[in-house]
Design a protein around this ligand. Structure first.
Ligand SMILES: NC(=O)c1ccc[n+]([C@@H]2O[C@H](COP(=O)([O-])OP(=O)(O)OC[C@H]3O[C@@H](n4cnc5c(N)ncnc54)[C@H](OP(=O)(O)O)[C@@H]3O)[C@@H](O)[C@H]2O)c1
Length: 336
């Protein structure tokens, strides 16, 4: 078994700050030690994978490396009683795909503490349609509800709405009866945003105030932000009294140019979302919701399926802001 080979996307340094991606044969023996060996059926593409696959050393320190922060598959070997060969499982987050060989390979070996049994109601493929993006959207929606935001309080603004986290957030919120305003992409994506459920489309210029005013007209009951920077600052200044904003991403900027007035004069709550180290009980609970009462079905416009061979162009597209919705990677047919 340990000699068995499998296909994986391997990113290597090819020169000073230059990286190449190849589909290569790897051996089970090449995988790091761990409790559970999983044959990966599906993975998915997230922004962090695109960073890892392009040599971002803040995400991945050492190359050659196989990215893929998401994996869903079937246990092949397990040294713990918690998981048995044949169990269908999801592995996302922790160090998977960062400095541990990830889901862009047909096998992963990981600690048992990283593994979530596939919840009833989800297929392996559906779990990767969500992937880390959907899981993060789920945590964000949960945070809004947990802090008291309800559908009758007004619109929820979702930024980065054409992307993975944003698309899933728009769809889950819409399913739960919230009215959603979505921030448009850098090329017009209003048709797409309406298809996934947004009722109001906000252009990025309208969503970004550069006046430096500490408070703006109150407009949103809550917000899910994946963008950061001035857009997030503008949103926080535009939230209704006692409204809630979640922050999970920094595609525009990690900075937050703001003062404390929205917090001390309007009682706004800013909730940080960290899917990577989300504790296991909350992780299982969120997956159960995504498989059950929050379950959404992605339209053909919101999800595409590729093989390992098709992944390269999707990574480049994501880095160049041409990506939309979710990309699921089918590892059962690695190269066609
Ligand atoms: N904290 C966590 O646990 C967690 C989990 C998952 C993801 N994240 C983070 O969330 C962010 C989004 O991830 P994703 O997987 O959804 O990425 P994605 O699919 O590439 O989506 C990115 C979204 O952001 C928009 N965008 C990109 N650059 C922008 C800019 N400069 N200004 C405004 N909007 C911009 C894109 O729209 P257009 O390019 O069309 O304009 C797109 O809607 C990333 O920062 C990721 O690292 C965090």
């Amino acid at each position: 078994m340990q000699d068995k080979t499998f296909k994986a996307l391997v990113v290597s340094e090819s020169g000073e700050k230059q990286y190449r991606r190849d589909i290569m044969d790897r051996r089970i023996d090449d995988l790091p030690p761990g409790d559970v060996l999983v044959q990966v059926h599906y993975s998915s593409l997230n922004y962090k994978d695109a960073l890892s696959a392009s040599g971002n050393k803040g995400v991945t320190r050492k190359y050659p490396h196989t990215p893929g922060i998401d994996a869903a598959g079937v246990v092949e070997e397990s040294s713990t009683a918690t998981f048995r060969p044949g169990d269908a499982v999801i592995v996302t987050s922790y160090d998977l795909g960062m400095n541990t060989a990830g889901g862009f390979g047909q096998y992963i070996r990981v600690p048992a503490g990283w593994v979530v049994p596939l919840p009833e109601g989800l297929s392996l493929k559906e779990s990767m349609e969500y992937g880390t993006a959907g899981f993060t959207a789920g945590l964000s929606v949960h945070a809004l509800i947990h802090h008291g935001v309800q559908p009758d309080q007004g619109e929820i603004l979702v930024s980065g709405a054409t992307g993975g986290v944003g698309t899933m957030a728009v769809m889950i919120l819409t399913k739960l009866g919230f009215r959603v305003a979505a921030v448009n992409g850098h090329t017009d994506a209003s048709d797409y945003l309406r298809q996934i459920g947004a009722q109001t489309i906000i252009n990025i210029e309208e969503a970004t105030d550069s006046s430096g005013r500490p408070l703006l007209k109150s407009r949103w009951a809550g917000s899910i932000d994946a963008v950061g920077g001035e857009l997030l600052a503008t949103t926080i200044k535009s939230i209704h009294g006692h409204g809630v904003v979640t922050s999970c991403g920094n595609v525009a900027s990690p900075d937050l140019p703001i003062n404390v007035f929205p917090f001390i004069l309007r009682g706004v709550t800013l909730v940080g979302i960290d899917s990577q180290n989300c504790p296991m009980p909350e992780r299982m609970e969120t997956w159960k919701k995504l498989a059950g009462e929050w379950k959404i079905s992605l339209t053909a416009e919101a999800v595409e399926e590729v093989s390992l061979a098709g992944l390269d162009r999707c990574i480049d597209r994501m880095l160049n802001r041409g990506h939309r919705g979710r990309t699921v990677v089918n590892l059962t047919d690695a190269v066609n």
